[in-house]
Design a protein around this ligand. Structure first.
Ligand code: ATP
Ligand code: MG
Length: 428
């Protein structure tokens, strides 16, 4: 394997001749020199050619974003990015670029219209590397804690999270929907495997245009047998700590490039998360200037205010029953509330996980399905799980794109996804 730029930025390579491939990030032409900034997945490197030298003519012909192969010797130069530069001996143009349409100062819409090209920028590349670490850390956490990875269908016959965000598809003349969550299927699979997880896209026809909603998002979901709402919170906390730790360990350069302040990420790894009852969360919101009543639902705007001054994630626990879907277990000591938790990220980001204990009693489940205005018939197979050996069980769904948005402190969830899907964006 030929080395990457990151590998050769060391005294070990000084004076040595290397061959590198990459794209031309930028060009500066002097009277007697041409400076080409080469870019590969690991960084930038200044390549220089003097007008007296052989590669000068070809180096002068190169355009921004052309792909090239370069050969040259590495020398120390404090002025160059990374502290080293490559003195060109040879340059081969692999693909000469036409005038590149992206320049500094473009609007967000223009940049997302050109997402296929914008992905190359060092900043976007840094976000995607962090995203990769997040996915890797999720799998590592679950597998090393004895979970089985298992999959549920994407075509489904009924809703999980309520009808308003269902995507309907024509399924051979019948109505089908794209899955909003694996949850109901997870509750069947958990009976045999006891600790399960999946990482898959979920689909929601979100019409409200907020900074944290996509129509297709990546959902890391887990379900556990014989675990209650408190037990599942412990698992969520460990998961988030291990993901953030992995990013801090592996993506220091990327966090620097994004100018991401580490303090709150470090707190997340080292300090216990806060745990507050729903009513305490409402009180906190009102202390911060909102005027919410007990029973009010919390959306992006409310959670922004609630979490903007926090320096560690907070669990918001036991919501009023009427705010949550039918599958949440009512608290036996207070059935007006359910045994659930949402994990809210600090710095104004709000909900990244929705979680809770599931109804494990047949009659309560049927009553709750009816109260939600759903057809009991559509859920017969799900009710079976309570007919034939019910167990206490709990689970959660982590919005991976939201987590990446917060870790990178991005202004909108679209920046956290290679090709975001929203109500208004289907291309590229
Ligand atoms: P919200 O109240 O923000 O709409 P929700 O309560 O409907 O979210 P859940 O059903 O609890 O979301 O889904 C679990 C997790 O999946 C959420 O905590 C969030 O991180 C993520 N998620 C849900 N909907 C979206 C979406 N439209 N785009 C991106 N992530 C989402
Ligand atoms: Mg939720």
């Amino acid at each position: 394997m030929e080395p990457y730029i990151k590998d050769i930025l060391s005294s070990e390579y000084e004076g040595k001749t290397v061959i590198l491939k990459g794209f031309i990030n930028s060009i500066r032409k002097g009277k007697n020199n041409v400076f080409l900034i080469l870019r590969d997945p690991t960084g930038l490197l200044q390549c220089v050619s003097n007008s007296q030298e052989e590669p000068f003519q070809e180096a002068s012909r190169v355009t921004r974003e052309s792909s090239v192969e370069v050969e040259g010797s590495i020398r120390k130069d404090e002025r160059a990015i990374g502290g080293y530069e490559l003195h060109l001996k040879r340059i081969k143009i692999i693909g000469l670029s036409e005038p590149f349409p992206l320049k500094k100062g473009h609007s967000k819409v223009f940049l997302f219209d050109n997402r296929h090209l914008w992905l190359r920028s060092p900043r976007v590349t840094a976000i995607m590397k962090i995203r990769s670490t997040v996915f890797e850390a999720i799998h590592t956490f679950f597998i090393s804690n004895g979970f089985y990875e298992i999959q549920s269908p994407s075509f489904v016959g009924g809703s999980v999270e309520g009808g308003s965000t269902l995507f309907e598809v024509d399924y051979f003349g019948k109505k089908a929907y794209l899955t909003q969550s694996w949850q109901l299927y997870a509750e069947a699979m958990v009976d045999s495997l006891w600790k399960i997880y999946t990482v898959a896209p979920s689909f929601r026809a979100e019409r409200s245009k907020t900074w944290r909603h996509l129509t297709e998002f990546w959902h890391a979901e887990a379900e556990m047998a014989f675990v209650d709402n408190t037990g599942i919170m412990d698992v969520e906390e460990k998961l988030i700590k291990s993901i953030v730790k992995a990013v801090l360990d592996k993506n220091s350069g990327e966090l620097d490039l994004l100018k991401r302040d580490r303090k709150i990420l470090e707190n997340t790894v080292n300090k216990p998360f806060l745990r507050m009852k729903y009513e305490e969360i409402i009180d906190l919101a009102n202390k911060n200037g909102l005027k919410l009543e007990y029973g009010a639902d919390l959306g992006s705007d409310e959670e922004r205010v609630i979490t903007s001054k926090l320096d560690v994630p907070v669990f918001s626990i036991n919501y009023p029953t009427k705010l949550k879907p039918f599958y949440h277990k009512p608290d036996p000591n207070d059935p007006s509330h359910v045994l659930c938790n949402d994990l809210l990220a600090p710095e104004g980001y709000g909900e990244i996980i929705g979680a809770g204990q599931r109804v494990d009693d047949k009659d309560t489940l049927i009553k709750r399905i009816k109260e939600d205005g759903l057809n009991v018939k559509d859920y017969e197979w799900y009710i079976d799980l309570r007919r034939y050996g019910a167990i206490p069980h709990s689970g959660f769904g982590l919005g991976v794109d939201r987590l990446v948005m917060w870790i990178c402190k991005l202004p909108h969830i679209m920046y956290a996804v290679p090709f975001p899907r929203t109500m208004r964006r289907l291309l590229p």
